[in-house]
Design a protein around this ligand. Structure first.
Ligand code: 5AD
Ligand code: SF4
Length: 508
């Protein structure tokens, strides 16, 4: 999930430099040669200060790519390995183990990881003892092949295999290569308290489910992350309570399709429905988390147009601390393309959902994902995507060129027949339109006062702080005596397409 204007040119920006750039406030934050604007985060180093008491332990270096779920997974990985006596380091030259948590959603994401592995090769040449492991979606997609293709890789672990990492590392220590890419229908890591690595101490992500059963024809995620399963709501509520007690004031509930959340004692969703058991759905879960504390703000991502319910919207409207923001990927504005994408809705259905959302929560912000140049997309289809964007007046968007992924339905059934130059041209048009829509959306906010959670110091000025309003828009305001974690009221005086700038005011 993933705004404008915050381009981060340096790919390996350490996390502490990125504290002003939460992925949810910067849907488009990375210039990318292929996508022009891409959502996934790239090569961020997850670290926390080395605890002096722990000196002498083996050191792991974790670098993460892709969606927020991957970053959340890296926190689980570190938690598991710290339990077994490892420390993290921000410098891979000092590491005993380098773990790279990968993304397979588009080809360029994979290419970036391959390039990075080449850089690690040089370090391994000097230090043959160094263990290099590939985790996440690329590990799952390529499995043992990765060991052959990238000869320096010692360990391959898929997204459901992280509990076995200590054993896999032992195997590597005894001279063998180690692979575990078994996908589970049960694993939710619900008993593991993630080590908050990329942390401003104020906002955190909580994974509420894993996998995806949707089979969008372009998407590799169902293959790399397996069947959809929901996490025990009590453990989610407990994690939110613990975070609040530690000073966190915002949690984002993460799932590939949160509207599909269903809990009745664990296991795959299909079995829960078949059993007819009483179950907790996403609206129920949202309510439980909202009740943790009125000062804990709740966000969630990603919603699915085919599954979002009125119930969820009414729950949002009933609880002030559930933010008025929905990420609702449209992908295309043309019904024929949507059917080929296997999205389960039409243009009209999507428009109907947007109308329903705005009727129940009038001051909501909606963001979206758009794919340009999917198989057989004609100019008229593309124009329908543009007209949909204009009609919906999305506040932000993540925009991509279609990238064919091996093994997906689209790769097997359809021809990737839109030329690269046409994909680029369409993407540029989509981006240009969204820049205008985002600016218009922000201009409408000038003069309004918003409640903002202070998240940190602005990247551009030490004298300014940044935070987000309910609608997930970034606001910049003078520092004064404010500190992280405080709620303040800020009046928007000026804006760009990405940011609202203003002054702190007394709340009326
Ligand atoms: N090509 C381009 N974009 C893709 N996405 C998923 N798979 C692909 C692909 N093969 C985009 C979708 C999705 C977002 C997370 O990534 O827009 O919503
Ligand atoms: Fe992929 Fe579709 Fe599942 Fe999203 S809902 S992860 S796009 S298959």
């Amino acid at each position: 999930m993933s705004h404008l204007n915050n381009y981060v040119a340096d790919i390996l920006t350490p996390v502490w430099n990125l504290l002003t750039l939460s992925p949810f406030l910067t849907p488009i934050f990375q210039m990318d040669q292929n996508d022009l604007l891409a959502e996934e985060r790239q090569g961020e180093v997850l670290d926390r200060p080395v605890d002096a008491l722990h000196e002498g332990r083996k050191k792991i270096y974790v670098e993460s790519y892709g969606c927020q779920m991957n970053f959340s997974d890296s926190e689980i990985v570190v938690s598991i390995l710290e339990e077994k006596g490892f420390n993290t380091t921000p410098d891979y030259h000092l590491a005993d183990v380098v773990l790279i948590n990968t993304c397979a959603i588009r080809d360029n994401a994979e290419q970036r990881v391959r390039n990075r592995l080449q850089e690690f090769r040089a370090v391994k040449k000097k230090n043959p003892e160094l263990v290099i492991g590939v985790l996440g979606c690329m590990a799952e997609r390529l499995k043992a092949k990765l060991l052959e293709e990238e000869k320096l890789v010692d360990l391959v672990a898929g997204p459901d295999a992280y509990r076995t990492l200590p054993a896999l590392l032992q195997e590597v220590e005894s001279g063998r290569k180690a692979v575990n890419v078994i996908l589970s229908t049960e694993e939710t890591y619900d008993d593991i308290t993630p080590v908050r690595l990329d942390s401003n101490g104020v906002t955190a992500f909580i994974s509420i489910m894993r996998g995806c059963d949707n089979m969008c024809s372009f998407c590799v995620v169902p293959f790399t992350r397996g069947r959809e399963r929901s996490r025990d709501p009590q453990t989610i509520v407990q994690e939110a309570k613990d975070l609040f007690a530690k000073g966190y004031r915002e949690v984002t509930l993460l799932g590939q399709n949160v509207d599909s959340y269903l809990w009745a004692g664990g296991g795959p969703k299909k079995d829960i429905i078949k059993s007819g058991k009483d179950a907790i759905n996403f609206a129920g879960l949202l309510e439980m988390v909202a009740k943790v504390n009125p000062d804990l703000r709740i966000r969630f991502s990603t919603s699915h147009p085919k599954d979002i319910t009125e119930d969820v919207l009414h729950t949002m409207a009933a609880h002030e601390n559930i933010c008025n923001y929905i990420h609702l990927p449209v992908q295309s504005g043309n019904s024929r393309i949507l059917e080929k994408m296997n999205r389960g809705y039409t243009r009209e259905w999507y428009m109907d959902r947007v109308e329903m959302i705005r009727r129940i929560i009038p001051d909501i912000a909606i963001s979206t994902d758009v794919i340009c140049g999917f198989c057989s997309e004609e100019e008229a289809d593309h124009q329908e995507t543009l007209s949909m964007m204009e009609w919906a007046a999305f506040d932000f968007a993540y925009m991509f060129k279609y990238s064919e992924r091996p093994g997906t339905l689209a790769e097997r059934k359809y021809s990737d027949d839109v030329t690269e130059s046409l994909k680029t041209k369409r993407l540029e048009q989509v981006i240009e339109l969204q820049q205008r829509m985002s600016l218009e959306s922000n201009e409408k906010d000038i003069g309004k006062v918003f409640r903002v959670l202070v998240e940190g110091v602005s990247k551009r000025s030490q004298e300014h702080l940044y935070g987000r309003n309910d609608q997930n828009k970034v606001m910049i305001f003078p520092k004064g005596n404010l500190v992280r974690g405080q709620y303040v009221h800020v009046r928007a005086d000026r804006c760009t397409a990405a940011t609202l700038m203003g002054e702190v005011v007394e709340h009326a």
